[in-house]
Design a protein around this ligand. Structure first.
Ligand SMILES: Nc1ncnc2c1ncn2[C@@H]1O[C@H](COP(=O)(O)OP(=O)(O)OP(=O)(O)O)[C@@H](O)[C@H]1O
Ligand SMILES: [Mg+2]
Length: 488
């Protein structure tokens, strides 16, 4: 249950909030003045405060200033009417998470509230890394007893008293974000803000402004000044996720902020000084990107002060049973029942699989199996097909993508085709390939297969594929398939 506190002196706004957030997972409290809001907060401990900038009595800005003295990391969203955006900017400098323009549109309001609640959870949920599994009183834990994970825990511990920049590396799904949050929670800055930015999820041309803000008129569309994450998160911790995806100009700015704590907003010439701790993560081997001159060497060394490398799950299979137990308990808790148990044969399959998607994939597999299992025990058949169909033998190793025509469909013991697992496998293979565009690649191969099967007859091939002949023809041209078939 997320607790929301709305501070607004207009009864209409309080009324519409009650209607908009009339949902079981949100508990909304309202206050009609800054003074009342400040009185409520220590007792209520809201996950998110939404407050109007302009109020009779204490203004929103003054309320925020006082609130900051009580609690440096209370998540706050400010509301403002057009024309008072300057105040909203001041609010962002005081660490407000975002601001909303009145009159607000409801879907956007809901989206911002959801984002803020997630950010608040990230900040609040303590990620423990010791003791490992025995104690039940953790919100969120990093599980692992393998040597590789023990070194990760050791570094988190060593980092606790320091403000050093940390670079977390590891394949996708190994737990980089989890480790970043653990570092934050065990740092001296844990009473201050933590903001995560996924550099790969923000379009290249917007990332710089997202991080450093911009001045009005800095580029087309920059209709007002904007405060960036570094300024918003002053004295706190910024987590730069997927740092491998940045333009040279953003890289240069990050380097400067790491070296001197200074930067300018995009299109601005006033130098701004901040004190921000940076934790970065990437699944890309940055050394290679440096060698290919895609990533600045000086920035790499500046980030790499402390390196935390999380080994892939297939190199620490001993952690698998612990993780499986942990996830079984977690899903049972979410459902409100007792954890399901797992048949040794199924557990053995999980331990042998090579897990290209690492812990995230294991977590998904356990969740799916929990749902699929009809009784209290998870059987091999409840696991995704690519796991339940593992041939007997030793540990399964990563397989290179098979040549066209060579792969047997992952049918899952002769039963129905499990499309989800076929999709998952293809997707993971494609991710290992890095740059490959998965959908066109797969589509092209499927068309070739169908044409081979139909001995070049397009009408029949189109039928096999479930598309029209016209579509097939277009694809044949687009993917330049004719040459390929002529060779066969
Ligand atoms: N050691 C662990 N113990 C418990 N849960 C874990 C562990 N490692 C990862 N997880 C879980 O696996 C999922 C993926 O973790 P996370 O998002 O931290 O990975 P990531 O390395 O950031 O992945 P990506 O590169 O895809 O962003 C999360 O749900 C996380 O809670
Ligand atoms: Mg991540």
């Amino acid at each position: 249950m997320d607790k929301l506190l709305l501070i607004d002196d207009e009864a209409d706004v309080r009324y519409s909030f009650r209607r908009i957030f009339d949902q079981p997972d949100i508990e909304l409290t309202t206050a009609d003045s800054g003074e009342e809001g400040l009185k409520l907060i220590p007792r209520l401990k809201p996950d998110l405060v939404i407050m109007d900038v302009r109020m009779g009595g204490m203004s929103g800005l003054e309320t925020l200033r006082r609130l900051r003295q009580l609690d440096a990391k209370q998540m706050v969203i400010m509301m403002t009417a057009y024309g008072t955006t300057q105040t909203a900017i001041e609010a962002m400098k005081l660490g407000a998470y975002d601001y909303l323009l009145k009159p607000f549109d409801v879907p956007r309001l809901k989206q911002i509230v959801l984002n803020a609640l997630k950010a608040a959870r990230d900040m609040r949920q303590v990620v423990s890394y010791q003791p490992l599994l025995e104690s039940e009183d953790y919100d969120l834990g990093i599980i692992g007893r393998s040597e590789g994970m023990q070194s990760v825990f050791k570094i988190i511990g060593q980092l606790a008293g320091s403000d050093a920049t940390a670079l977390i590396t590891g394949e996708s799904g190994t737990g980089k974000e989890l480790v970043a949050r653990a570092i934050y929670h065990h740092s001296q800055r844990n009473a201050r803000t933590f903001l995560a930015i996924n550099c790969a999820a923000i379009p290249e041309n917007l990332l710089e402004s997202e991080l450093f803000g911009h001045e009005k008129g800095a580029f087309t569309g920059a209709t007002a000044q904007r405060i960036g994450k570094f300024e918003q998160c002053n004295h706190g911790t910024v987590f730069l996720d997927e740092i491998g995806d940045m333009t040279p100009s953003t890289q240069a700015k990050i380097l400067r902020v790491l070296q001197s704590g200074e930067f300018e907003r995009v299109g601005g010439n006033q130098s701004i000084k901040v004190d921000v701790r940076v934790i970065a993560a990437t699944h890309k081997p940055l050394e290679q990107a440096v060698a290919a001159r895609e990533f600045r060497e000086d920035l790499f060394y500046r980030l790499n002060v402390v390196r935390v490398h999380i080994p892939p799950l297939r190199e620490r299979r001993g952690d698998i049973p612990l993780l499986v137990n942990y996830f079984l308990k977690k899903f049972a808790q979410a459902r409100g029942g007792a954890p399901k148990s797992i048949l040794p044969a199924a557990a053995e399959l999980l331990e042998r699989f090579h897990w290209p998607g690492n812990v995230r994939e294991l977590e998904n597999a356990v969740e799916r199996a929990t749902v699929m299992a009809k009784g209290d025990v998870i059987l091999p058949g409840d696991l995704p097909a690519e796991i339940s169909s593992l041939p007997a033998g030793g540990p399964d190793q990563p397989v290179p993508a098979p040549a066209a025509g060579a792969a047997a469909p992952a049918g899952g013991g002769g039963g129905r085709m499990d499309w989800a697992s076929v999709g998952r496998t293809l997707f993971q293979w494609a991710r290992q390939e890095g740059e490959v565009k998965v959908l066109p690649a797969v589509e092209r191969e499927l068309i070739i297969q169908a044409l081979l099967e139909a001995k070049g007859n397009q009408v029949q091939a189109a039928k096999l594929l479930g598309i029209t002949r016209a579509t097939l023809r277009k694809r044949v041209v687009k993917y330049k398939i004719t040459q390929e078939l002529a060779i066969q």
